[in-house]
Design a protein around this ligand. Sequence first.
Ligand code: SF4
Ligand code: SF4
Ligand code: F3S
Length: 311
Amino acid sequence: MSTFPTISEYWQHQGMSRRDFLQFCAMTAATMALPITMVSRIAAALENQARPATIWLNFQDCTGCTESMMRADAPSLERLLFDLISLDYHHTLQAAAGELAELARTQAMAANEGNYLLIVEGSIPMDHYATLAGRSGKDLLLEVAEGAQAIIAIGTCASYGGIARAYPNPTGAKSVGEWLTNDKPLINIPGCPPLPVAITGVIVHFLTFGEWPLLDNLQRPLAFFGRTVHDRCSRRAFYEKGLFASRFDDQGAKKGWCLYQLGCKGPFTYNACATTKWNDGVSFPMEAGHGCLGCSQPHFWDNDSFYRPLS
Ligand code: SF4
Ligand code: SF4
Ligand code: F3S
């Protein structure tokens, strides 16, 4: 349990200045498409709230979702996710192992019954592949979900099944939403990996307003998944003019022409990559020269070749 009563006190201890703190609040409001007047409300909420107890479970995953949030090397929305929550249990990051690790989980669950957040990374095997502490993944998830106040499925594996669920799905993998049938709020944040700012933004929204942001019919936050990457793509003007690269190294590609004929799935992929960008706003796939693979859409591994043009 954290010894710092509020999130802002914890951040001060970590060396964050008041200026950085307000910048974080402003950036979060911007990424959530909230009016500028909400910055002070976000700041007040983070100044008064404790870091929410969080249990993070990994199932059939590559750990890429966790890793994408640990890569940033400067103060950023990405880096701050792990400062925003009190991470009481995480298979990959915790120092404890074996019985001590399981004790940490059960103690955190008991101390925060009904109030902790459950973050899930990876799909859930329905058969006895990938047991954890001698338990099947599906039983462990049911147990931990029971005492959670909300469940956040991060990444395409947890949201839709991802690569483990690709045909022929040998483990019978399911998404979190397919396996859990309780009435707890479920927020899907797909992407392979997902945008770190989407996860941070969703948690800040909850801490500020006491409710989860608006979701679409696939349980995704509309602020990040309300539009396709094609809508805001830097190559969009060339798409409209019918100027398409036909090879990754032709003159069109070098001039920034549209990558549609090289298999870009941007027109059918809902995500905020083109607006928030990656790596502290440096770039996103189409700006870097590669088409969108559709990594935040269901069944993207099963949708034929990544390089076959959409019809
Ligand atoms: Fe890895 Fe992608 Fe699955 Fe995340 S969604 S665990 S990055 S395969
Ligand atoms: Fe749309 Fe892809 Fe072309 Fe960008 S590169 S404009 S996302 S089809
Ligand atoms: Fe994924 Fe497409 Fe964004 S491949 S990272 S949703 S541009």
